[in-house]
Write a protein that binds this ligand. Sequence first.
Ligand SMILES: [Zn+2]
Length: 316
Amino acid sequence: MPICEICNYVRTEYFHKLSKYSYYLCFSCYTLFLHPKPTQKQINHYYKKYFNYKAGELNEKLIRKRAKVILKNLMNLNLKGKTLFDIGSGYGYFLDEAIKLGISAFGIEPSKTLFTISIKHLIEIIIKNLTFEKYYELNKNKKFDFITLIHTTEHILNPHETIYKAIKLLNPGGILYIETPNLDSHLFNTEKYEYTFLTPPDHIWIFSLKSFQKILKNIPDFKIEKFSTYSYPEHLMGIIKKKFKILSMKSGTITNYQNSNKDHSSNPLLIKEGNKKGGVSDFKYMLFDKFLSPLFTPLLNLGNKGSILELYIKKK
Ligand SMILES: [Zn+2]
């Protein structure tokens, strides 16, 4: 079995194969990882040719709403903070919201497609089409008060190095914010092999809090200031549908939920258009997805078992 690159544990276990990609699980640091990892060349080719993130555009409202919450937390944790660097800025909605709050924000986005779309709508052009490695090589002395890695760490080949360098780029008292799918979640425990975030080759890792504790172990002068999880209503629906499917299969009933997880229905960031149906289905959609689900979703976050991890790391 492959060694876990996060904690060097040797007794990892095979988890699941999707097309030609195999995921392994490390029980020591509780990380799921692709092995073999794709090469940088394969990744570049994949992002150039196949990667699309249409859902990012469809969920603009949701992303902007989340951005406001994150920015408020960041500013509370570092009252003097004025500058922000967003690594993997996607469509740039987060940067837009930062600018609106008077923060001097800057981002890099390695995907040419996302970069091209974002410069069309950004209220200020504050983004470069660069990888973090290239950026760091040229700008290692420029420091920031806030650095954000939002749905980025699961995509990168070398999380240790990236997090180490990101912390180096912080001013004293600065905050590194990391947001990524949470392996230690009800969503993963329920969906297992159909886990909505198993999307190779772009998701190389699925982390837990323990993974980050291991990664941060050898980095000096920082403190995990705040840690929490959150979930989208779609995650609760995904869990309910999956449980219902398991129950139906046990009793031998055929249901129309059979394919519900294959289409990533519990991942709002991957969700597609055309989910709305007419008549009774429309009513059910309104009742469960729009009303009951948002009401009960916060329950998923009890004990930090929510679907998305969020870490605020403060430099001393
Ligand atoms: Zn490990």
